[in-house]
Design a protein around this ligand. Structure first.
Ligand code: COA
Length: 203
């Protein structure tokens, strides 16, 4: 895959690779147990746990093989703080498929930041990486996440009954998807996404 031009800039956010100085910002939202309610992950027990999570995120800056991800910190431009993150995973090189994910600090929800960040990542997926199809997978109870995917114009394709056993219970999974041609057809004329001023990463 080509190297992505990072950071990405949206109207209110800069999306850039994680860096060591993000530890306290990441801890502020990732250590919130409620944020993990519908995720496979658990909140780290302490700052050392978050440090390991950060180290993993810092490595996720390029798509080289199946399962790789680009995991970007969402920096709120007027505060310079990381308020969440957004992810694009390369789930199938053969079928040119990807998956998006996102997580926001609870103080910054309800303002469209997740949708804005995810829109930029879909643009990256289709226009830079030439993916054919991108999905969002979620616990069926995660209605806030479903609304993000719907705002992006993604199609609800499946509701899988009790197909996963997560955190001690059977859970329903919902799958949303969009194709490159569908994305291009409904994309606003001026998508507010452009490479940021500092150019590319070297990975
Ligand atoms: C999923 C998650 C990121 C959604 O956060 P969110 O704040 O609801 O999503 P957005 O940032 O896109 O904000 C959308 C909300 O802001 C409102 N909003 C305000 N200004 C807006 C704007 N300029 N543009 C879009 N929406 C705006 C929308 O109406 C919407 O509210 P509603 O859902 O009540 O209708 C958040 O709940 C979260 O971090 N959850 C924990 C992690 C998680 O579950 N991730 C998903 C895994 S599948």
């Amino acid at each position: 895959m080509p190297t992505p031009d990072l950071p990405l800039a949206t109207e209110r956010l800069e999306l850039r690779p994680f860096q060591p100085s993000d530890l306290s910002d990441l801890h502020a939202y990732f250590a919130d147990p409620a944020a993990h309610r519908y995720l496979y992950s658990e909140a780290p027990a302490d700052l050392d746990g978050t440090r390991k999570v950060l180290a993993r995120r810092q490595q996720r800056t390029a798509l080289r093989e199946k399962g790789d991800a680009i995991h970007l910190a969402a920096v709120l431009r007027n505060t310079d703080h990381v308020i969440g993150d957004v992810l694009l995973m390369w789930t199938s090189p053969e079928h040119r498929q990807g998956e998006i994910g996102y997580l926001l600090h609870s103080d910054h929800r309800g303002q469209g930041y997740a949708t804005e960040a995810a829109q930029a990542v879909l643009e990256l997926a289709f226009e830079r990486f030439d993916l054919h199809r991108v999905v969002g997978r979620l616990d069926a109870r995660n209605t806030a996440s479903a609304r993000v995917l719907e705002r992006l114009g993604m199609r609800r394709e499946a509701h899988l009954r009790e197909n996963e056993f997560v955190k001690g219970e059977w859970t329903d999974e919902v799958v949303y998807a969009t194709l490159a041609r569908e994305w291009r057809a409904r994309r606003p004329a001026a998508v507010p996404v452009r490479p940021g001023p500092t150019g590319t990463t070297d990975r």
